[in-house]
Design a protein around this ligand. Structure first.
Ligand code: NAD
Ligand code: MG
Length: 388
């Protein structure tokens, strides 16, 4: 019998993490889960650990340690805490693939440390590449590890490139347009958190759902695509495709285009990242052409959704710009979710934070982490002044 593939799932209690466990659960003879990690969803983490019996369980927030430890007293596993525990889970001996499904900049160090230990990375945590794409991809090449995209658009591009030894002319990243597609800035002046959290096609964590509403998510994905596929900015186009059936497209130098399609279901790209280069039979919903008489396409509205342009700009300038953009966005989204910043006000926070911090190039990991921290302070300060 084939040896089971050992997987560490970082962020196992989130939207991607739980769907990854659904995939693993449906192939009991293919995978074994060696590590599970969560920030604070203790009950779910405990249930997952009792079911999958990993070697290591990590709870980031120390105050939950004794609860997790007590609940797992009867199974053989080590319970660890904090960032150090997370790094241990990401670098565990015997693990072949680390699925990074953490949200935000907290995913960067675990990716880097896992690569240094030669683990293949199934990457949902796009922030890793937004902050430090060049550094991370160089490291992946040096350690000869695979970067397997989980983000549906990047998985689509990756799948279109299988078997190709040909240059890419261009890629088209598709965007659903989110819940506010077609709205004007005037319409968006007063939108609420609840409205922004209603995504038409995907059920996801809160942060990426807000990013999808503001098109920041597509901006982050442009940056992610640049580094994953080693492209020039001029080779990356975004096209709004509200049905989310075509997940993205590669155009080759002979004008031929390949697209990857299917009903919107993150379990498809998650499964592909875990089983690559194989495709395994599953029972997920299949696409029916007659359910979709029309697949439509539109230009993104850069005037209303400023964050998309800010992402292109940051990528063009390079250095620390994308790191600052990402950190300021995390703070702005958090503040929007707490009703402390308006929907459109989020873009102002990003612009002002970028203005406040000078550009620096040739950064190492600690430099990126320092700029991430500094940007958070600046963005928080800007937000606290809004009220006064
Ligand atoms: P989520 O909020 O549902 O889950 C996040 C997970 O990370 C949870 O397990 C949480 O406990 C953990 N976590 C949160 N803060 C942490 C910290 N500081 N340190 C360690 N762990 C922490 O998020 P999600 O929607 O599953 O998204 C995860 C990542 O995948 C994001 O980078 C997102 O952009 C990307 N992604 C998600 C989807 C989707 O459909 N949800 C699609 C494409 C890409
Ligand atoms: Mg995506």
């Amino acid at each position: 019998m084939e040896k089971k593939k050992s997987v560490a799932i970082l962020g196992s209690t989130g939207s991607i993490g739980t769907q990854a466990l659904d995939v693993v659960r449906s192939f009991p003879d293919k995978f074994e889960v060696s590590a599970l990690t969560a920030s604070n969803s203790v009950d779910l983490l405990i249930r997952q650990a009792l079911e999958f019996k990993p070697e290591v369980v990590v709870i980031i927030k120390e105050e939950y340690y004794s609860q997790v430890k007590a609940a797992l007293a009867n199974i053989e596993c080590r319970v660890l805490v904090g960032e150090e525990g997370l790094i241990e889970a990401a670098t565990l001996v015997g693990v072949e693939v680390v699925l990074n499904a953490i949200v935000g900049a907290a995913g960067l160090r675990p990716t880097v440390e896992a690569i240094k230990c030669g683990k293949d990375i199934a990457l949902a945590n796009k922030e890793t590449l937004v902050i430090a794409g060049e550094l991370v991809m160089d490291l992946a090449r040096k350690h000869n590890v695979k970067m397997l995209p989980v983000d549906s658009e990047h998985s689509a591009i990756f799948q279109c490139l299988v078997g190709e030894d040909n240059a890419i002319e261009k890629i088209y990243l598709t965007a659903s347009g989110g819940p506010f597609r077609g709205k004007t800035a005037e319409d968006l002046a007063r939108v609420t958190r609840e409205q922004a959290l209603k995504h038409p096609n995907w059920a996801m964590g809160a942060k990426i759902t807000i990013d999808s509403a503001s098109l920041m998510n597509k901006g982050l994905e442009v940056i992610e695509a640049k580094w994953l596929f080693d492209l020039e900015l001029s080779q990356i186009d975004v096209i709004v495709h509200p049905q989310s059936i075509i997940h993205s497209i590669v155009q080759f130098e002979d004008g031929s285009m390949k697209a990857q399609m299917g009903v919107p279901d993150m379990k498809v790209p998650i499964q592909y990242a875990l089983t690559y280069p194989k495709r395994l039979k599953n029972e997920f919903k299949r696409f029916n052409f007659l359910d979709y008489a029309e697949l439509t396409f539109e230009r993104p509205d850069f005037d209303t959704f400023k964050n998309l342009g800010l992402a292109y700009e940051a990528l063009k300038e390079g250095g620390n710009r994308c790191c600052i953009l990402n950190a300021a966005n995390e703070i702005a989204v958090d503040a929007f979710l707490q009703d402390r910043v308006s929907f459109l006000g989020m873009s102002d926070i990003l612009e002002k934070t970028l203005c406040h911090i000078g550009n620096r190039e040739n950064l190492n990991l600690n430099d990126y982490i320092a700029f991430d921290q500094e940007s958070r302070l600046v963005a928080r300060d800007l937000i606290s002044k809004l009220r006064n």
